[in-house]
Design a protein around this ligand. Structure first.
Ligand code: GLV
Ligand code: GLV
Length: 320
């Protein structure tokens, strides 16, 4: 049965036609700007809404939800949902949806792009050509690290971690993992300490929770090999950025490549941005056209289902 028109606040313009389908069914208040609504504006608009379509840049906390008497569903345009207080939502019988699966391959591709770029010093090489420093073919410059046959440590072997493991097999890598995930004969589960000590590349694919906040602190980084490269396409706060910067400046680890930082973006004067052997890209793990359009489709399906009182195609389950 079709529910009557509901009021929805959508916090950002999304790629593809999905939002047209939402407009056909419901009253849509769409935030049109490149920057997300400031918290106060989000709170004010959410207060009158029955459905919210948010992105990972929108903080939906308990204080905000307190003033949303009609809100029934929050559809997050992301697989991660650390920006939403899902417990406060559940306490108010507000269902929360997310967009897994459709972004898995895109994010795994980006992980490998960063891994290869860091291993083979691509940013430096590109810069040196632009700077007119390509004098001749040189035997001893831009020497990077071998990826084929190296050991990859995956922290969190869920959907994305497993997709990264499949790519690693194509590179004949030894794959270790720690944390959640089903595993298989081809990957070896080891404690985090061992993974850090044995891996040439360490890649982060766990969600951000109280348990993973700053999982990569000075001690964890200190366990990594001096040549090791750390890749993060999950969430910025999983790494203690000051400790990472210290480790890179001291040459304690070989390099790092971050798709995510804390905060996002880092302020322009953040020393992180001038740290040696560090690549930072602007949270583009899922940024293929197909993935971002499918995320929009799924986010709208989740929202429509929630407004109709049907189960969401992808509902965030809250452990109580
Ligand atoms: C992106 O970071 C996402 O969680 O979808
Ligand atoms: C490099 O291009 C080589 O031929 O060794």
């Amino acid at each position: 049965m079709r529910a009557p028109m509901a009021r929805c606040f959508v916090t950002r313009v999304l790629p593809g036609p999905a939002l047209d389908g939402l407009r056909d069914r419901h009253e849509v208040d769409l935030w049109p700007d490149r920057l997300p609504p400031p918290y106060e504006e989000l709170a004010a608009r959410a207060a009158g809404a029955e459905g919210l379509l948010t992105t990972l840049t929108d903080r939906v906390d308990a204080a905000l939800l307190e003033h949303c008497p009609d809100l029934r569903v929050i559809s997050n345009y992301a697989v991660g949902h650390d920006n939403i207080d899902v417990h406060a939502a559940a306490a108010r019988s507000i269902v929360v949806g997310n967009t897994p699966d459709v972004l898995t391959e895109a994010t795994a591709d980006m992980t490998f792009a960063l891994l290869l770029a860091a291993a083979r010093k691509l940013p430096e090489a590109v810069d040196s050509v632009r700077d007119g420093d390509w004098l001749t073919w040189e035997p001893g410059r831009y020497l990077g690290q071998a990826v084929a046959g190296a050991t990859l440590g995956i922290v969190g072997l869920g959907r994305i971690g497993s997709a990264v493991a499949r790519r690693a097999f194509g590179f004949n890598m030894t794959v270790l993992y720690t944390g959640g995930g089903p595993g298989s004969g081809a990957v070896r589960r080891v404690p985090l300490d061992r993974l850090l000590e044995e891996s040439d590349f360490v890649t982060v694919h766990c969600p951000l929770t109280a348990a993973t906040y700053r999982l990569f602190d000075a001690e964890a980084l200190g366990r990594m090999r001096p040549s090791a490269i750390l890749i993060n396409t999950a969430r910025g706060p999983i790494i203690d950025q000051e400790a990472l910067r210290d480790a890179l400046v001291a040459g304690q680890i070989g390099g790092a490549a971050l798709d995510v930082t804390d905060p996002e973006p880092p302020p322009p004067d953040d020393p992180l941005l001038s740290t040696p052997n560090l690549i930072v890209v602007p949270h583009i793990g899922s940024a293929t056209r197909v993935a971002r359009e499918q995320m929009a489709e799924l986010a709208v399906e989740n929202l429509l289902a929630g407004l109709d009182g049907r189960p969401l195609p992808h509902q965030v389950r809250v452990a109580v």
